[in-house]
Every structure is written in structure tokens, then in C-alpha cells.
Design a protein around this ligand. Structure first.
Ligand code: CO
Length: 200
């Protein structure tokens, strides 16, 4: 069996298992989605949104890219945020980074990674903004872990500064924006920051 055939096989077994537990599962879910959460995370295969917070399909609207970056020129990410806020009416936007992020580490390396260096430039911007704090950390791993946290906080702030979120708060929408970071080592999420629009 090829790798792809194995995926189709696993898919069939999974769908059967779900239907055994709830025969109406797919017919109910196919007509609507009411997720309360928008998850903006890293593409890293070890950080799957639904599994980490143990939520089934239908509960989390997801956008992932390398190093969970939110920039106002990224039409893809902005479209996801707009749809989630204006159409789905999510109550929470979560920016989730993770310690040991390869994108964050690559951004700090003095070598050519090709096209992706243009994307990772956003991480270098975060580093520059917090250079005093980061340069004072002598242990490299510790510095990168802190940069992962600061990146989450900067990207969370970028979410808050989108016209989409600002307008939602202006019209009194109940919408919180959370920055969290995930540990690959123990599977635990750490809460870094939360904003509900009343303080901005
Ligand atoms: Co990552």
C-alpha cells in the first residue's frame, strides 16, 4: 500500500468510527459550522490546532503559516480573520506559537534559506524591536524561546490592529484576542496575553 493509499484507508476507518459513535455526525456538521475560536498557528506538523485543545471538527476555524505570523499585507490571513469575525462571529482569536519553532530559529541564522527568508524577515523585525532584552540572554536556546514568546505577542498585537478587529470592537462585538505558546516537550499551553478591546 502506498503512502497515499494508506491515508485513504485511514480516512475510511476514521469516518466509520465517528459514525458508530454518532450516526448523524456528518449530516449535522455538513450543513453548518459555529466555531467560537479562530486559531492562528504555526504550520509545524507537531502543533495541530484541534488535537492540542482536544476539540472535534467544527469547533475551531484555523489559519496556519510558518512561525504564526500576522502581517497586514497578507491577504490570505486577513481574509481568514475577516470571515471568522464578520461571518462566523468567533468570540476568541488565538495566536499560538510554540517553543522550538524552526521558523523562528531559521530567522536568526546567518545563512540563505531561499524564498522563505522574505517571510522570516517578519521574525527578524520582532527581534529588532526587542533586541535589548534578547541580546541580554546568553543561552541561545533560552533566547530563541523568549523570541518565540515575543513573536506571539507581536503577532497578537498585529491581529488587534487589523481594521477587522478594530471595527468589531467599535461595534461592541464580544471578541478576545489571546497570545499563547505551546511546549513541544510536554504538550502544555502557556497563556501570554489577552486583549478584549477595552484597553486598546
Ligand atoms: Co513553528
Amino acid at each position: 500500500m502506498s503512502d497515499i493509499e494508506r491515508l485513504f484507508e485511514r480516512n475510511k476507518v476514521w469516518a466509520e468510527r465517528i459514525k458508530e459513535i454518532n450516526p448523524d455526525y456528518f449530516s449535522n456538521l455538513s450543513t453548518q459550522q459555529h466555531p467560537e475560536f479562530l486559531w492562528i498557528g504555526c504550520s509545524d506538523s507537531r502543533v495541530p490546532a484541534n488535537q492540542i485543545v482536544d476539540l472535534p471538527p467544527g469547533e475551531v476555524f484555523v489559519h496556519r503559516n510558518i512561525a504564526n505570523v500576522v502581517v497586514p499585507s497578507d491577504l490570505n490571513c486577513l481574509s481568514v480573520i475577516q470571515y471568522a469575525v464578520d461571518v462566523l462571529g468567533v468570540k476568541h482569536i488565538i495566536v499560538c506559537g510554540h517553543y522550538g519553532c524552526g521558523g523562528v530559529a531559521a530567522a536568526m541564522e546567518d545563512k540563505d534559506h531561499g524564498l522563505i527568508d522574505n517571510w522570516l524577515h517578519h521574525i527578524r523585525d520582532v527581534h529588532r524591536l526587542h533586541a535589548d532584552e534578547l541580546d541580554a540572554i546568553s543561552d541561545e536556546q533560552e533566547m530563541l524561546d523568549r523570541l518565540c514568546e515575543l513573536n506571539v505577542m507581536e503577532q497578537t498585537s498585529n491581529v488587534c490592529n487589523t481594521t477587522i478587529v478594530k471595527n468589531a470592537w467599535r461595534r461592541g462585538a464580544k471578541l478576545s484576542v489571546h497570545g499563547i505558546v505551546y511546549s513541544l516537550k510536554n504538550g502544555i499551553l502557556k497563556d501570554l496575553t489577552v486583549t478584549d478591546g477595552t484597553k486598546t
